[in-house]
Every structure is written in C-alpha cells, then in structure tokens.
Design a protein around this ligand. Structure first.
Ligand SMILES: [Zn+2]
Length: 249
C-alpha cells in the first residue's frame, strides 16, 4: 500500500487488472484526497471528534462564545466573522451576482473548482497544503474537515494549553488571513506567489500578531519560522487576556 520516503509516507496502490484511462483519472483523484492528510513518521496522531453535539452548537451564538477574541487584529477577527457568516465576496458569489469583470467562478489558487468559502479556505488543494504545512510545525497530522464551522470547531478542540493554546488560536486567524491576502493579490495584482516565501511571511505575521497580545514575547517575528520549535512550548511569565495589534502586515 505504500512506503516511507524519509519522514513522509508515499501511497502506492497496486491493482489486480490493468486500469482503463477513466479509472486512472479516478486513481489520480484518490491520491489527491489521501495526500491531503499526509502521514509523518514520529509525529503524534490526533483525532478530533466532531460529533452531533458540536454540530448543534455550531450556531453563530455558540461561535460567538468561543474564546478567540484579541488573538488577532480587529480586521482579522472581522474577516473570520465574514467567513463564518458566509458573506465573503468569493469569485463564486461575485460571478453568481454578475459582477462586472468577474468572468468565471474558478478558484484563484487552483483554478479548478468554484471559489466558494469552503473550497477556498479548506478544501482547495493549494490552501490545504498551507494548513498541513502549519500543522507539521506542531508535529501534528490533522485531518481537517472541509467545512468552515467544522474546521473551526475541530481547531478549537486543540490539545494545547497555556501559551501554546493561544498561539494555536492565533495561527487559525493568520492562516485564513494569509489565504485571503494571497488570493486577493493574485486576482487584483496579477501576483505570482512564491510559496516558500509566503510560508515565511505567514510566520513573520504570526510573530507580529502574537507580540500584539503578548508584549513579553521575546522572539523575533523575522525568525519565527526557523525557531518555531522554540516558540512552541515557551513558558511565558504572563500573557494579558486582552491586547490589540494596531497594524496588519
Ligand atoms: Zn482551489
């Protein structure tokens, strides 16, 4: 069924008969799906159970009770609220409303699927890589739900405590903000993302936002990606329950 290649697992499927061309396409789709949750050697498996109770509780009032406030700049908090309310101007929405200049509803990142909120942030193969890269920095292999609220609730059921818990929460904001930022630049500025650079920018942004709610944070945002192993698990003497970041990098 597969083999380890260094730290990662490579799926190898063997079939008892020669596949037709259309079946080869299905195998391609299957590989895309299974590779969205890459297995990693020596990392902890985490299973988030998202059950009926959480589904019932995923109403806006429940989401409003989540302790997420002040872990990101106000605009990023508002942006997440737009995502949860499903009122972001994705290409699918703009195309449906016949906005001038929007000629198709294809996702700006992968150009393969209609750009809905669920697709752009959670099931797009490009943004999924971004989520899984970030999870890997925590030595976690997460299988994220493909729907906004389920993903948020799954993220909220994190296994971390103290500073790490707050850092993990900030990361959710940063990932959603970064995906939207990159997508906007692709559409409006003909931006060609260099994904290695975007990963660094992402961690730099995280470092700056953390400084906003934790003034004692001693690490340089510029090096946040390289030293993330030290940042995780940092024992802060205190972190304020409230804090604001005034700038959005
Ligand atoms: Zn996409």
């Amino acid at each position: 069924m597969g083999e380890w290649e260094g730290e990662g697992w490579r799926w190898i499927f063997k079939w008892i008969k020669k596949l037709f061309a259309w079946e080869e396409d299905l195998v391609g789709d299957l590989l895309v799906v299974v590779n969205q949750s890459p297995l990693r050697a020596n990392t902890r498996d985490v299973r988030n159970v998202v059950g009926q109770r959480m589904e019932k509780d995923s109403s806006p009032s429940y989401l409003g009770r989540l302790p997420w406030r002040n872990r990101a700049p106000p605009r990023a908090q508002l942006h997440l609220w737009f995502i949860l309310q499903g009122i972001l101007n994705t290409k699918e929405r703009l195309h449906r409303l016949k906005f001038a200049g929007i000629e198709d509803d294809r996702c700006a990142l992968c150009m393969e699927e209609p750009e809905t909120i669920d697709h752009l942030f959670f099931s797009c193969k490009i943004s999924s890589r971004f989520w899984y890269f970030c999870c890997n920095q925590w030595n976690l292999s997460l299988c994220l739900p493909k729907h906004t609220r389920m993903c948020l609730l799954s993220w909220f059921g994190n296994p971390f405590k103290n500073f790490d818990k707050q850092l993990w929460i900030s990361m959710f904001y940063v990932i959603t903000w970064s995906i939207w930022d990159i997508r906007n630049k692709i559409i409006f500025q003909a931006f060609m993302p260099n994904w290695e650079f975007e990963k660094r920018r992402h961690f730099w942004r995280l470092g700056i936002w953390v400084k906003g709610w934790c003034p004692d944070f001693p690490f340089s945002p510029m090096q946040a990606m390289e030293i993330f192993g030290d940042i995780r698990g940092w024992k802060t003497p205190r972190y304020p329950s409230k804090g604001l970041v005034l700038e959005l990098p």
